[in-house]
Design a protein around this ligand. Sequence first.
Ligand code: 0WD
Length: 258
Amino acid sequence: MRTIDMSGRVALVLGVANHRSLAWAIAESLGAAGAQLVVTYQGERLEKNASEFIAGHPGAIALPCDVTSDESLSALFRRLESDFGRLDTLIHSIAFAQREELEGEFRKTSREGWRVALEVSAFSLVDLANRATPLMEKNGGSMLALTYIASQRAVPNYNVMGSAKAALEHCVRQLAFELGPKNIRVNAISAGPISTLSARGVSGFTGMLQHARDRSPLRRITEPREVGDAALFLASDLASGITGEILYVDSGFHILAG
Ligand code: 0WD
């Protein structure tokens, strides 16, 4: 039987806000397979929650990272270079839009609201990929982003975040094309709705959860663990032939016509 062994691999997981975060579940799956974990949190506000993760995962380290700050990103990658000199897996589990952009009419999206959402939720993957490549080149590696079906379909209130996810998925394909020759794979998981801090910022989210529970082929909400385990698969050598892919982990919801 083949099992997934990530020992000796360094995994950087960005976006641990609290124990409900998809980043948390992904880090748990990678850690259980033996990966050396480096998790990041956005700022002091979330440091305590990240420390809680570390306390439960001996050997893991937590570092601050705000993807809107070059200084913060440079400090993170300097630390990775000095502590490990390599990176095998990068998990981008980050998104942000101003709350007022996630309700009401999409055509009223502000210039600043558009800029912030696209910068934090999509450009950050490009920037991180650029910084991570030198650490991955020698051994090959895997990058993974988290996306949502609002990139492909109209979803009430998702508004600018749908635009950001469409951009993010394009970035996944363009990066996969560019980094493939270096044996660096780039994929995304499109997760079903899961109750997390940022998801609850979308107006009407509870109704979306109910709809997904009632209509999905599996008739249930996606569990964070299922996203974590799919992420582990994509990060591992078992997925060595897969790049540029958007893998739906959504209880089958995306196959429905309506
Ligand atoms: O239903 C869901 N929960 C789904 C989430 C369905 C499909 C996809 N996703 C995606 C999200 O769009 C995101 O890309 O999964 C990813 C992770 O989101 P999450 O786990 O649902 O939400 P959360 O626990 O809030 O983590 C997102 C985090 C931020 O949390 P808060 O709530 O504090 O905004 O992204 C991080 C932050 O920790 N983040 C940043 N990190 C670094 N620099 C920044 C930033 N500037 N802004 C936000």
